[in-house]
Write a protein that binds this ligand. Structure first.
Ligand code: ADE
Length: 341
């Protein structure tokens, strides 16, 4: 990759960039929020979350003061709820020690909760126009093709080398456009799934994989560990038109609300016996069917049942359906069940 190639790329970006909400601001707080959301899901989905989130929490001070329940409701469906909790932790630290402003220094940013190299680079280059690159999966894919790099992209040495290369180039360009030009190219031209649009690519002259017609072989994918499968039985207890939920206090999805469940697959007869043993007095059990939810590293295979109670069972919260949907953060794994009740 030579200077001329980068120049072509930045010019291509300036001419072809998508009109995205976070590209209309230089407010570091807003750019930070957008970048954390963009690590979770597709650009199209982020647009909606971004608007709603910033309407509710327009400043660092609002984020530092929001209740965990409200925060996780704003994050509902985005996944990786620990990222949302880290946002708030970081906001509290910004209010406590940085007058409510994200610092424009790489070391200081990296010391804050939830801010890693990618996010620090994105904030510095896009919001503060500092010459620090940001390398996400898009950028790794582009560079692995340009250099026909056979190495595992999860290898931290590779990222380090790419960072050094980009640090040299970024000094000569507007840092915001430089960073986003690689991300944009990876998102719309040098795509991860399907055939990349190499004829439109401003880097086609320097791309080794393209020269050898081997774009699709990069990045080299190492064999992934298969996801662990967890079987679950989900109990939706119904009492007087209200349904049982409880707050998950720890582990995966902590802070969100779930339906009571056990890590064991039960048929309807098993459920009857199990609940009778627990001293639960119910009048009816209806199966809602089977549900599957895929996380990055595991899968939940769930059987769900609605159990009509004669008196409240355990100290779950009993809440009407509309109120659950309005006021409680129910992660996607349980949304499918909620919709079916
Ligand atoms: N993905 C990560 N950062 C992005 C950005 N600033 N614009 C579009 N997609 C992105």
């Amino acid at each position: 990759m030579k200077q001329q190639d980068i120049e072509n790329l930045v010019l291509w970006y300036q001419k072809n960039k998508r009109d995205l909400p976070w590209r209309h601001t230089k407010d570091a707080y807003k750019i930070w929020i957008s970048e954390i959301m963009l690590q979770q899901t597709r650009v199209e989905a982020v647009k909606r979350y971004y608007e709603v989130f910033l309407k509710s929490l327009p400043t660092v001070y609002d984020l530092a003061q929001v209740s965990d329940d409200e925060l996780l409701k704003l994050w509902e469906g985005l996944g990786y709820y620990s990222r949302a909790r880290n946002l708030k932790k970081c906001a509290c630290e910004l209010v406590r020690s940085y007058q409510g402003v994200l610092p424009d220094d790489e070391k200081e940013l990296l010391s804050l909760p939830g801010i890693g190299e990618y996010t620090a680079g994105a904030i510095l280059s896009i919001a503060y126009l500092k010459p620090v690159p940001a390398i996400d999966g898009n950028v790794m894919r582009v560079l692995s093709r340009v250099y026909e790099d056979e190495r595992d992209m999860l290898n931290s040495q590779v990222r380090k080398e790419y960072s050094e290369i980009l640090r040299k180039f970024i000094k000569k360009y507007p840092p915001d456009d430089f960073t986003q030009s690689f991300i944009e190219l990876g998102a719309v031209v040098c795509v991860p799934n399907g055939t990349p649009l190499c004829e439109e690519c401003p880097l086609k002259r320097c791309c080794k994989a393209h020269r050898h017609h081997k774009e699709l072989l990069y990045p080299v994918k190492s064999a992934k560990k298969p996801r662990k499968i967890i079987s679950k039985t989900v109990f939706v207890f119904e009492y007087c038109g209200r349904y049982s939920i409880l707050k998950k206090e720890e582990g995966l999805l902590s802070g969100t609300y779930e339906f009571p469940n056990v890590d064991e697959k039960m048929c309807q007869d098993d459920v009857k016996k199990y609940l009778a043993q627990q001293g639960c007095s119910f009048s009816k059990i209806v199966s809602l069917g089977e549900f599957k939810h895929i996380f990055s590293h595991l899968e939940w295979h769930m059987n769900a049942y609605v159990i009509s109670l004669q008196k409240p069972f355990k100290d779950y919260l009993y809440v009407g359906l509309e109120e659950i949907k309005m006021n409680y953060s129910i992660p996607s794994a349980f949304q499918k069940i909620l919709e079916k009740i």
